[in-house]
Design a protein around this ligand. Sequence first.
Ligand SMILES: Cc1ncc(C[n+]2csc(CCOP(=O)(O)OP(=O)(O)O)c2C)c(N)n1
Ligand SMILES: [Mg+2]
Length: 638
Amino acid sequence: MPTIRLTMAQAIIRFLQNQFVKRDEYEAPFFAGCWGIFGHGNVAGIAQALQQTPEFRYYQTRNEQAMVHIAAAYAKMKNRLQTFACTTSIGPGATNMVTPAAGATINRLPVLLLPGDIFARRHVAPVLQQLEMPYSQDISVNDCFKPVSRYWDRLNRPEQAISALPEAMRVLTSPADTGAVTLALPQDVQAEAYDYPEELFEHRVWTIPRPRPDAALLSRAAEWIRSSRKPLIIAGGGVIYSQATGALREFAEQTGIPVAETQAGKGSMPYDHPLSLGAMGVTGTPGANITAREADLVIGIGTRYSDFTSASKTAFQNAAVRFVNVNVAEFDAYKQAALPLVGDALVTLQELASALEGYDTGETYRARAARFNREWDAEVSRIYGLEHGPPISQGEVIGAVNAAARPRDVVLCAAGSLPGDLHKLWRTRDTKGYHLEYGYSCMGYEIPGGLGAKMADPSREVYVMVGDGSYLMMAQEIVTSIQEGYKLTVILINNYGFASIGGLSQSVGSGGFGTHYRYRHPETGQLDGERLPVDFAANARSLGAHVIEAADLPSLVEALKAAKGQTETTVITIETDREQRVPGYESWWDVAVAEVSEIESVRQARSDYEESIKKERYYLPKFRPNKRTYTSAKVGLA
Ligand SMILES: Cc1ncc(C[n+]2csc(CCOP(=O)(O)OP(=O)(O)O)c2C)c(N)n1
Ligand SMILES: [Mg+2]
């Protein structure tokens, strides 16, 4: 067997370069390059290998957390068909990736993490930044990646790469299992040479499958749908990743079943489609939530049923409600005690469509959905046109950005009060036009995520909407966007702190404690002094961004217009009134309230809570034996 002598790091990079994926007509390299920050844990290993392989592009970042957000956002924008590798030193550089690894795994997005690790040889331990444990030498901080990775390995010998790398690829390209994959790379082993089989580095194409569901379950599902009088589709991220949005629209049009969207699924339907009910759940529209409450059958497609979707298991109140779940991941398909159609969204929808030939929910049901759609659009217009303040309302800011964005442009966000408002209010006109990281809702994802999305599709403007709190957590990738020449338009909403949690705190009786950006007051000893004067414009300018300060709606509209003419990252700052909120519609979220307290408002909130929680339901299997099948099976046995 011909071999080639390489360091393990060189072998890893050479392998990654040669991995391709294929789905339908699409075929391309799986890795777009490697992000990294170097230290003693990778400088002579992966860094050296990258240096001698310029075709596998190295990208520099400011923070290891950010680079994994960039990779995850890139993968999300690419429908999981391409991503990046991410290399770090050992110790803090490595553990900075734990948070975004969890984010990628929760959001089912592929990212390959290559943290440096302590010496496998051990002789020189403890090396700088090594965590020592009296009970074992076989442990390092990289063990922290185990619960947040879908595949985890530590390569203590160079030949272990030969078996680990294909496993990493299997998981990364699996539509059901994908997430963060961690290969911990001891510093000394990275630099160690080995005679690798040349075959390891051959061009390899991983076909991303479109598995079909079990035929018997599919016909059972079709029966359930045919017998249903009030069905509802919930479209999750899986619809978009599978590129099944066209099939979904056709299915909805054929059957007359209306569609509600989760955060990851928003964009599955155009916002103005008469069968589009818009956002589902806690941050949902009245149309989606009323339809869900009454539904006798819920068809969940590519959804994880997070509590924001299920309204903490209060969304579906029809006593007879049943679920059919279409999901490529068996784990998700079985949720809500559903009839599981374990399969790809696109092909399963096509098969269901033929099984449902002739079925229609009827004119009245269709017309009702269309009315919900129109009424909701009028409510969006009302909120966009509030003419509040100044400071203006956040809803007006969203309206201005939506009006400025072209249909294919992208709005991107992750945490704070914006995700809920965007879920409700953003008029999505393109499948990839709405990018929310709301699986982990990780403050700080916004700017690096924006960069990842922009890199994945530079033909679109990316509008990053970010709160002042999230901005202060992670703004530094503005520098990277300037370095790489990818333009972002960042709309920085200053409402002096954590408005979302402030509102939540009020709703649990705690009056917004700890959520304002204020000086410590010398008399009260609390953080209720004057407002902290943070100069966001100067801050963004110092990182290299072009900055426009807007003060009211007309100047915001002007700023958005001016930003279009800019070629470099542009930050628009705008102050909003944190108390002018977009309300909730027909929904509830379970946030447990203190059962005992000395504060009257908390006691009141608790008694309201005890009322609301009564609506939470368990969904238990409704698989009563079908008599006919049961009897014939018996006959068959006899
Ligand atoms: C990393 C991280 N820490 C804490 C939280 C909890 N949290 C959710 S929203 C939020 C406040 C966000 O503030 P800001 O970005 O200003 O948005 P606003 O709430 O004002 O809309 C916090 C602390 C989180 N989601 N992520
Ligand atoms: Mg804020």
